[in-house]
Design a protein around this ligand. Structure first.
Ligand SMILES: C[C@](O)(CO)[C@H](O)COP(=O)(O)OP(=O)(O)OC[C@H]1O[C@@H](n2ccc(N)nc2=O)[C@H](O)[C@@H]1O
Ligand SMILES: Nc1ncnc2c1ncn2[C@@H]1O[C@H](COP(=O)(O)OP(=O)(O)OP(=O)(O)O)[C@@H](O)[C@H]1O
Length: 282
């Protein structure tokens, strides 16, 4: 018997990003605030008895076996050998944009198949599987806007006012590894408390270097700065500004130069995946 699920795999913004240190293995210790958005990719899961995991829909610039959707499905311990799934991806989140698209797709796959294949895995084992696939998988598996520390995996859910964002997608890609290996990156920002973020004491520590290296991102920040404070998400390439309502965000989107694309999204506290599924048992 086959059953199916269609889910919105949400994008995220890093409302700020501080680099507070570096681990012995080279990974960076961060503080960030992950804001989930009501905008993202659509993933449809159709379970079957073929024992196979197959994917169709939007093509990515990578071989299927490297796709985090396939890797997440393969990482799950199936209850029966004949459990299979066909997954259809409708991709909207730009790749390598700092919007967490790959991590979100991986988490959505873990949560969807946990339900469709009736695996009964709780949140913690799902997160342990997830963190091996990508740094940002745990926040999407937990499914809540969150304050994060460690390498982004120590999460505290946070309730934020649901405001609107204009996200601009500059015509370039930024390699996360390249920025994290840049010798000019500052890695000694003092840890802050959540209250300090709300008082306005935050920034994105990667922004200065990324802005210097990528003129397209500098242009996008200059455009958004006409409307308020503009920031880079993750290591870029996307940048965003906050608006009190949808109409003002859409009006700014209407003024975007032809060389850039963008979208308007609402910041949400709970992932649409968690809202749509019964959720893993704790
Ligand atoms: C910076 C963030 O965008 C914040 O949301 C993410 O943590 C990055 O997530 P991502 O793009 O999925 O990154 P990954 O594919 O896990 O890591 C890419 C590379 O970035 C570097 N990296 C990543 C995360 C981290 N905390 N420290 C690092 O030094 C590592 O060299 C790693 O090999
Ligand atoms: N299903 C997928 N969707 C998007 N990217 C994927 C997927 N599977 C694998 N990847 C690869 O994962 C890498 C990271 O993609 P992702 O979209 O998460 O990056 P990002 O937007 O920069 O996110 P982050 O904020 O985590 O840095 C890309 O190099 C991409 O090729």
């Amino acid at each position: 018997m086959s059953s199916s699920l269609t889910l919105l795999s949400p994008a995220k913004l890093n409302l700020f990003l501080h680099i507070t240190g570096r681990r012995a293995d080279g990974y960076h210790q961060l503080q960030t605030l992950f804001q989930l958005l009501d905008w993202g990719d659509t993933l449809t899961f159709i379970s079957n008895n073929s024992g196979e995991i197959t994917l169709s829909g939007s093509e990515l610039d990578i071989p299927a076996e490297q796709n985090l959707i396939i890797r997440a499905a393969q990482a799950l311990p199936r209850a029966h050998r004949d459990q299979g799934v066909h997954i259809i991806l409708d991709k909207r989140i730009p790749e390598g944009g700092g919007l967490g698209g790959g991590s979100s797709n991986a988490a959505t796959t873990l949560l969807a198949l946990n339900q469709l294949w009736q695996l009964g895995l709780a949140t913690v084992p799902l997160q342990q599987l997830g963190v091996r696939l990508g740094a940002d998988v745990p926040v999407f598996t937990a499914g809540h806007t969150a304050w994060a520390e460690g390498v982004g995996d120590i999460l505290t859910p946070v309730e934020l006012a649901e405001t609107w964002y204009l996200v601009v997608v500059p015509p370039c890609h930024v390699s996360t590894a390249e920025i994290f290996s840049n010798e000019r990156l500052t890695r000694n920002t003092s840890p802050i408390k959540i209250a300090a973020f709300f008082e306005g004491h935050s920034r994105n520590d990667c922004q200065k270097i990324v802005r210097e290296l990528y003129p397209e991102i500098d242009n996008a920040l200059n455009f958004l700065e006409n409307f308020g404070e503009a920031r880079l998400t993750g290591t870029g390439a996307c940048v965003f500004a906050r608006f009190p309502d949808e109409s003002r965000a859409r009006s700014a989107l209407g003024q975007l130069p032809d060389s850039m694309t963008g979208f308007v999204a609402k910041g949400i506290n709970e992932s649409p995946v968690l809202s749509a599924l019964a959720g893993p048992k704790d």
